[in-house]
Design a protein around this ligand. Structure first.
Ligand SMILES: *[C@@H]1O[C@H](CO)[C@@H](O)[C@H](O)[C@H]1NC(C)=O
Ligand SMILES: *[C@@H]1O[C@H](CO)[C@@H](O)[C@H](O)[C@H]1NC(C)=O
Ligand SMILES: *[C@@H]1O[C@H](CO)[C@@H](O)[C@H](O)[C@H]1NC(C)=O
Ligand SMILES: *[C@@H]1O[C@H](CO)[C@@H](O)[C@H](O)[C@H]1NC(C)=O
Length: 316
């Protein structure tokens, strides 16, 4: 090969590079975005994927490529942040252009969902919350014996009696470990990562437009007194406290607690002027039998009859 032909080869290669560069001129190396709400940056572009980190409202990040994931309200496009994790485009300030032509595609492999799963069953009435703290709103009220599939764990949740561990379920909400029959083996589960305060108004499934079971539609408006479900511990302040099959003095005694015995309660309710609580033995004790006042001392302690299966309590 002569000198001339070698040079023309090099020139040809150079013009090819220039040509492809101009064809892709619209593709930007990154697009800076601002989080419109607290938003989770996930290890894969699905709401059930664990969090790598989160962006608070107003935080900015550089989106380097786009991919497809869980549909959130009006689209299934997720952005990969320069940190290497994925954010739904729905949670960030709107981009005038089109991510799919203005950014590179992250590649087929980025669309895969990698999550861990483990079965568990609830022992007590439980609230499944959008984030694992009492300040977070409920997504679902679950009765005892509900079967769940857990996807990840956190030790950064609300302390329930003595246990801060919570699990995210496949319904995309968190339950307390204290409310399960047994402690799941967390060595088989992912860590959920850092979890921001999330609000259903900003992270719900408006008109059912998001993927099923990912961001659920808001439940029917809840009564104001329906707070967060959690277990509390109280102590018997009478010589004996009878735990009855229903919330009335005439109901059969199922169990007798002793003076100063510690009792865990699931919920409370006022029946005809008298407050009763359902204990973790699934029987009823008058609140006046305890040193504490479960109906008044505890932030948002819930009403029993609002749980599925307990609606007919008032007819006792
Ligand atoms: C985005 O990347 C540019 C260029 O590297 C950098 O100057 C800027 O600080 C980055 N923005 C954010 C929010 O990280
Ligand atoms: C029950 O609550 C009291 C405070 O009211 C606390 O001192 C005690 O450690 C709790 N017991 C358990 C087992 O968490
Ligand atoms: C949901 O439905 C309402 C009423 O039809 C409509 O105004 C609203 O835009 C819808 N939202 C979405 C995200 O489709
Ligand atoms: C409520 O209390 C009143 C009197 O205090 C009693 O007459 C009535 O039978 C009670 N109702 C129920 C449902 O217990």
């Amino acid at each position: 090969m002569g000198l001339y032909s070698r040079r023309s080869l090099i020139l040809g290669y150079t013009s090819l590079v220039l040509l492809s560069a101009s064809a892709n001129a619209a593709i930007l190396p990154y697009i800076t975005r601002e989080a419109e709400y607290n938003t989770e940056c996930k290890t894969c572009p699905r709401v059930l994927c664990p969090n790598q980190l989160y962006y608070g409202t107003g935080d900015t990040f550089n989106a380097t490529c786009w991919t497809r994931g869980t549909r959130i309200i009006d689209g299934n496009i997720w952005l990969k942040s320069e940190a290497g994790c994925y954010v739904t485009q729905y949670d960030v300030t709107e981009w005038e252009g089109d991510y799919t032509s203005d950014l590179a595609y992250c590649g087929k492999a980025s669309e895969e969902r990698h999550i861990t799963e483990e079965d568990a069953t609830l022992k007590y009435k439980t609230e499944c919350r959008i984030c694992p703290d009492l300040t977070c709103d409920n997504v679902a009220y679950l009765s005892e014996d509900t079967d769940l599939t857990l996807t990840c764990w956190t030790d950064q949740g609300q302390l329930i009696i003595d246990d801060p561990y919570h699990f995210k379920t496949t319904n995309n909400c968190y339950v307390a470990r204290k409310n399960l029959y047994s402690k799941p083996d967390i060595t088989y589960l992912d860590y959920c990562g850092p979890i921001p305060l999330l609000e259903p108004e900003k992270h719900f499934n408006e008109n059912g437009t998001s993927d099923v079971n990912k961001r659920d539609a808001l439940p029917a408006p809840l009564p104001d007194d329906m707070g967060v479900q959690y277990l509390i511990n109280v102590t018997v302040g009478e010589e004996y406290a009878y735990c009855r099959s229903c919330p009335e003095e005439t109901c059969k005694s199922k169990k007798r607690y002793q003076f100063n015995q510690e009792v865990w309660l699931q919920c409370t309710e006022n029946f005809n002027g008298t407050w009763w609580s359902e204990s973790t033995d699934f029987c009823w004790v008058k609140n006046s039998d305890f040193w504490e006042s479960p109906e008044g001392d505890n932030y948002k302690f819930p009403t029993c009859s609002l749980f599925p299966g307990d609606e007919d309590l008032r007819s006792h």
